[in-house]
Write a protein that binds this ligand. Structure first.
Ligand SMILES: Nc1ncnc2c1ncn2[C@@H]1O[C@H](COP(=O)(O)OP(=O)(O)O)[C@@H](O)[C@H]1O
Ligand SMILES: N[C@@H](CCOP(=O)(O)O)C(=O)O
Length: 293
């Protein structure tokens, strides 16, 4: 069995722990029953992942598989990773969602994708990566009494993502611990209104308005201070015609949304100005986690 899962860009600026979308940059995992467990890792951060005593995917897969079957069978795992770790592209969510889905598939227990999302919460307590990683598209998600409520919108094919990936890693957990717990009412209103406008823009496909309504007062400026170059990334992207330019998740990646006809000029300007960063033009993913038997 082969399972693939997309990278995700969460928050989209003001939509902290709420908004996220899926990118066509996918991890691929090949799993077969075996006489004894083997793990082969290729692609992004392969040497680091091979150096770890435990594998996050295998641990989650075995947990869920044992809960479903009562057994601890052996499997061969072959990872071909395209999502860089700890760069704000939802690598941990991709692992969680793929591992849970794979366990259900190998256990041959029927499931719906909302089951995957709600089970993933036990490993990642914010739904803004796990929801688009599971469903694809643009997702708005709310956590209430340990259950995720979500809506998904297909992202039209005339849009592109231009992502700027610094070498610097950011641990999401550590980054979250630095955030304030109390905010002035005016800042809260800024985030509420901006998040509502972004959601409405995606659902109505009225994207031009994004140039004027994306503001965040909760986390971005604080997080971007660890890499001041990111303020310049945003300035150049918006100058070159990006519809919105936001920190991707907890960072360090910056996410830029553009019409496909504007994407290359934004890409070129960013590539010319940030030679040490990896800059990519990506299609969006509207499928989410996918299984090929
Ligand atoms: N492909 C992978 N295989 C195994 N573990 C992974 C993989 N991708 C991510 N992880 C785990 O998730 C951690 C990164 O999670 P996190 O700090 O939330 O970064 P991100 O912003 O990419 O989600 C890694 O340190 C590793 O423990
Ligand atoms: N809402 C979360 C999103 C984290 O995304 P990641 O891709 O950095 O894991 C947060 O802002 O902490």
């Amino acid at each position: 069995m082969v399972i693939t899962v997309p990278a995700t860009s969460a928050n989209l600026g003001p939509g902290f722990d709420t908004l996220g979308l899926a990118l066509n940059l996918r991890n691929e995992i090949e799993i077969e029953k075996a006489e004894y467990t083997t793990i082969d890792i290729y692609g992004e951060n392969a040497e680091y992942l091979k150096s770890l005593k435990r594998n996050y995917f295998v641990d989650i897969f075995n947990d869920i598989y044992k809960n479903l079957t009562g057994k601890t069978d052996s499997f061969s795992f072959k990872f071909n990773n395209k999502i860089p770790l700890s760069r704000g592209l939802g690598s941990s969510s991709a692992v969680i969602v793929a591992a849970i889905t794979a366990a259900y598939e190998m256990a041959q227990v029927p499931y719906k994708k909302d089951k995957i999302i709600n089970l993933a919460l036990q490993y990642e307590p914010h739904p803004d990566n796990i929801t688009p990683a599971t469903l694809g598209g643009f997702c708005v998600a709310k956590l209430k009494k340990n259950r995720v409520y979500f809506l998904k919108k297909f992202i039209p094919t005339n849009l592109r993502a231009i992502i700027v990936i610094p070498k610097k890693t950011v641990s999401t957990a550590k980054s979250r611990s630095t955030l304030k717990t109390h905010y002035p009412l005016k800042d809260v209103v800024t985030n509420v209104s901006s998040t509502a406008m972004i959601t409405a823009a995606f659902f109505s496909e009225k994207f031009d308005i994004l140039r004027n309504v994306v503001e965040d007062k909760i986390h971005q400026e604080n997080r971007m201070k660890i890499m001041p170059e990111l303020f310049r990334v945003r300035e150049i992207a918006l100058r070159e015609g990006a519809l919105m330019s936001t920190l991707s998740g907890s960072g360090s990646t910056f996410f830029n949304l553009a019409y496909k006809d504007d994407a290359y000029s934004i890409y070129s300007s960013l590539k010319d100005n940030f030679k040490d960063f990896d800059v990519k033009i990506l299609y969006f993913d509207n499928i989410g986690v996918k299984v090929y038997n």
